[in-house]
Every structure is written in C-alpha cells, then in structure tokens.
Design a protein around this ligand. Sequence first.
Ligand SMILES: Nc1ncnc2c1ncn2[C@@H]1O[C@H](COP(=O)(O)OP(=O)(O)OP(=O)(O)O)[C@@H](O)[C@H]1O
Ligand SMILES: Nc1nc(=O)c2ncn([C@H]3C[C@H](O)[C@@H](CO)O3)c2[nH]1
Length: 287
Amino acid sequence: MSVPRRIFEKLKHGGLPACRMLPWTHGSRSVHGLHQRDVKVTARVKRVSIEGNIAVGKSTFAKLLRSACVDWEVMAEPVSKWQNIQSGSSKGADTSSQSTVSNLLQMMYQEPQRWSYTFQTYSCMSRLKTQLQLPPARLLCSKGTPVQVYERSIYSDRYIFALNMFELGCINATEWAVYQDWHSFLVEEFGHQVELEGVIYLRAPPEKCLERLGLRGRSEEKEVKLEYLDKLHSQHERWLLDKSTEIHFEKLKQIPVLQLDASVEFQQDSSVQEDFITKVKNFFSTL
Ligand SMILES: Nc1ncnc2c1ncn2[C@@H]1O[C@H](COP(=O)(O)OP(=O)(O)OP(=O)(O)O)[C@@H](O)[C@H]1O
Ligand SMILES: Nc1nc(=O)c2ncn([C@H]3C[C@H](O)[C@@H](CO)O3)c2[nH]1
C-alpha cells in the first residue's frame, strides 16, 4: 500500500526523525491523510490550548512556555492571516501573484453584523489547520512529556466567540445554525486529530484586559469596550469554570482545566514565572 502523498511530502520536508522512522510497507489504513502508524507515533504528544480573554496575556505567556521546555511546542493564534486575507490563496496558486485584499479582523470590528459569520468561518478554518499540524521531530523523539500547545482552539472559536456573537445579535439564527452544523461535522470527522487533553485558562478581570489592550495598541481593537470584554469573560467562566455552557463533544465536557491568575505582572518577576512553569509541568504530567 502506498504512503498517502500528503503525508509523504510532510515527512520528506517536515521530517520524522530517524528514531521514529515508520515501516510504511505494512498495510494500514489512512485516516484523513494521517497513516494509522503515524497516529500512534503522535498519540503520545499531548495537546493543550491556552484560553483567555482578549489581551489577558496569552501570547506573552506562550513566549514564557516556549523558553521553558524543549518538549513543548507552542503554536500562535493565526491573527496575521485574519489581518491579511490573500487573493488566490487556493492550493497550487502561484504565491508570488498573491496580494492582500482585506483585513477581516478590522472589518469584523467595524461592522460586526455584516462580517462576524465570515470571520468565524475563517478563524475556525485557520485554527483547524493549526490543530492538524503534525508535531515537530523533537517532540516525537522526546523521552519526557511532549506537548503541543495552541493559542486558543476550534473550541473557543465556537463556545466563546461565535456563541458570543450570536448572543449579541451579530450572527443571526440561520448563520448560527449553519456554523454549528459544520463545526460539529468537522470535529466528528477529524476525531482524535483535533481533540485536546487539557486547557490552561488565563484568568484576569476584564478591566485588566482592557488596560493591557490599550497598552498593546492594536489598531483594529481601538473601539473595543469594557462591555465586550465583560461578555467574553462571562463566556470563559461559563465554559471553563461553571461548566454551564452546553458542550456537544463528550471528551470536551470532561476536559481538565488549569486556572492561572493572569492579573499578576509576571514579565519582570522570575519567582512568579517559576511558579507558573511548575504548575504547568505538574498539570501536563497528569494528562
Ligand atoms: N502578566 C502581564 N503583566 C503585565 N503586562 C502583560 C502581562 N501579560 C501581557 N501583558 C501585556 O499586555 C498586552 C497584551 O498581551 P498579549 O498580546 O500577550 O495578550 P493576548 O492574550 O495574547 O491577546 P489576544 O487575545 O489579542 O491574542 C501586551 O502589551 C503585553 O506586554
Ligand atoms: N469575533 C472573534 N472571533 C474569534 O474567534 C476570535 N478569535 C480572536 N479574536 C480577536 C480578539 C483579538 O482582537 C484578536 C486576536 O486574538 O482577534 C476573535 N474575534
């Protein structure tokens, strides 16, 4: 049986390390382009998302994790893709002729009723692509606890943002029904490949997030109000703490959550950083 082309290319370029060379000649089924043996090799790698309100400090915390342990791979939220929608970005298109046609993040903030549904289709698709990426070679070789960490996930896309936009009336009942239908279909189709083993919830008062959002000064967010961050804060609390959000996937209902107090100014404080890393290490070892 031949190796699925997509996987062959991935292995050739991304490269599985010699320590995990795969015996392709043995007949086994291809699961969504992932060879079954490949699924086994990657199964030891845990998958965790960092969740939290806008500007709570996820990217800053992600940077800390990146520098803390070689067994952890942190995948950034694909914000720049949302800010630079490219023309002709289909597979095989000549990338040299691509140009930026729009900034969807800006459009969503400026005209939420017009653009929220479009935004959620694109954000969710880009998160799905991120979650489907195979772990890098060093994680597959790891003798410790290898973990792929994602900044947000296809689950916060639905249970935080899309739900919030629906409740705010920026996504209508038809759009919400359509979104949920394809979201459930994709999660079920991709199965284990998009499951998470844990969530790190960075928690801070919305007022603190607004302060940090102002500090960061991303131009698209200049009209974001405390009221919006309050709503998003409540969505996080309902999903990750109270567990009162209706969740449609069994494994996600039981997911372990590590809650960290993100209001602490940890950037200049190495003892807080060490405390965070210890908590994260202990959490990963339980997954
Ligand atoms: N613990 C912290 N103490 C003080 N300032 C912080 C802390 N964490 C983040 N910041 C600052 O707050 C701003 C926002 O942080 P960051 O970009 O990491 O947020 P984010 O959660 O990744 O945002 P988004 O939700 O937009 O992805 C940055 O200017 C950053 O330097
Ligand atoms: N509407 C909406 N849906 C999402 O799924 C989503 N994910 C992130 N964001 C916004 C928050 C930050 O401004 C910026 C970077 O996180 O993008 C989102 N907005």
